[in-house]
Write a protein that binds this ligand. Structure first.
Ligand code: CA2
Length: 147
């Protein structure tokens, strides 16, 4: 069976490519899915990309990943800066975790500079646009091979 990676996306990321292109670019989550699956195929991996506007749903998917995924790539969106619940859930997951941000959060408002999720993440990618997801997928393949 192929290794599965969860790619989780938090609140408002369903609007990627549809609003604020000056910050988040023109590509949609469907484009992200296509790019990441292509990268994953090369490493004989499968991806499952999900998005929710609800914190509890993200927590549920992280818990589900404990049995169903070898690694988690997560863009928690605004939950990055607020959610101890997401951090606690990630701390129950044994595999690698990579945090992705489309924008360069450290060049933005100061409230975006702190990430609870970074306390658990094995790598953080920010400011690479949606390409950050494919880069994270590539790095995830490497981390899982090294294991
Ligand atoms: O840069 C990122 O990926 C963020 O995680 C995006 C979050 C923001 O709260 C974080 O500070 C950084 C916001 C997601 C909202 O996504 C939208 C996408 C397109 C249009 C409007 C919102």
């Amino acid at each position: 069976m192929r290794t599965t990676i969860y790619i989780l996306n938090g609140p408002n990321l369903n609007l990627l490519g549809k609003r604020q292109p000056e910050i988040y670019g023109n590509e949609t989550l469907d484009d992200v899915q296509t790019q990441c699956q292509k990268t994953a195929n090369a490493a004989d991996m499968d991806i499952k990309l999900m998005q929710s506007n609800h914190e509890g749903q993200i927590v549920d998917w992280i818990q589900e990943a404990r049995d169903n995924a070898a690694g988690i790539i997560i863009n928690p969106a605004a939950l990055t800066h607020t959610s101890i619940a997401v951090l606690d859930a990630l701390n129950t997951f044994d595999g690698p975790v990579i945090e992705v941000h489309v924008s360069q959060i450290h060049k933005r408002e100061s409230f975006r500079h702190h990430s609870y999720v970074s306390m658990r993440a094995d790598a953080v990618i920010a400011g690479c646009g949606v390409q950050g997801y494919a880069l994270a997928t590539q790095r995830m393949a490497q981390l899982l091979t090294e294991k």
